[in-house]
Design a protein around this ligand. Structure first.
Ligand SMILES: C[S@@+](CC[C@H](N)C(=O)[O-])C[C@H]1O[C@@H](n2cnc3c(N)ncnc32)[C@H](O)[C@@H]1O
Length: 188
């Protein structure tokens, strides 16, 4: 199974109709669409991306699938998520998804950076509901990707094991430069 499918499968276990979720890296919208479908018209997905093209592509995809109503976009860094998500939702978000790196078929020089990724992950813990999950898919093949992936790993090691359970997945043929999926589950 592909890592993105493992991530979606895990999130499906935590996310139900009416819930709230965050897509921290909207990109081409596959993850936003998945989350929007899962939470349904009574739920809410907050989507972050620094590129207007990502928001535009995803808006079109969601509109076509009649999923736009339950999505709120922010064209800015996920490092601002704590300021942007309404106070009433703090501690209530059931799933937060990070799919790091660059926009596929887009500008490969615009990538997520470890410093802002770590800030956003820290904020994610404040936003996360008990029993919720943060999923981080990191790619080690591009410049800076391995550093970012290592930083995420070190960050997970700093978490209290009594509060968070961590699992790490690599592809079927693990490669040093291949992708890594980290799942952080809040113990309720
Ligand atoms: C691998 S793509 C995301 C794929 C996407 N989830 C999908 O389903 O297609 C990574 C995205 O992260 C975005 N990005 C880079 N830095 C960011 C930041 N600081 N905050 C939010 N998004 C960022 C890029 O613009 C790019 O669109």
């Amino acid at each position: 199974m592909r890592l993105v499918e493992i991530a979606h499968q895990e999130i499906s276990r935590h996310l139900n109709p009416g819930d709230s979720a965050i897509d921290a890296t909207v990109g081409n919208g596959a993850d936003t669409s998945f989350l929007a479908e899962r939470v349904g018209s009574t739920g809410r997905v907050y989507g972050f991306d620094i590129q207007s093209i990502a928001i535009d592509i995803t808006t079109f995809a969601l509109k076509t699938r009649k999923l736009l109503k339950q999505v709120t976009f922010f064209q800015e860094s996920h490092a601002h998520m704590l300021d942007r998500i309404p106070q009433a939702e703090h501690g209530q978000i059931r799933a937060i998804l990070f799919n790091l790196g660059y926009l596929p078929h887009g500008d490969k020089s615009i990538i997520t950076c470890k410093d802002s990724t770590l800030v956003a992950l820290g904020q994610g813990l404040t936003l996360l509901a008990p029993g919720g999950v943060i999923s981080v898919l990191a790619y080690r093949g591009h410049e800076g990707g391995e550093d970012e992936s290592d930083a995420v790993y070190e960050w997970t090691r700093s978490l209290d094991p009594a509060r968070y359970s961590i699992s790490i997945h690599e592809g079927e043929l693990p490669q040093r430069k291949g992708p890594v999926l980290t799942l952080i589950r809040s113990i309720s």
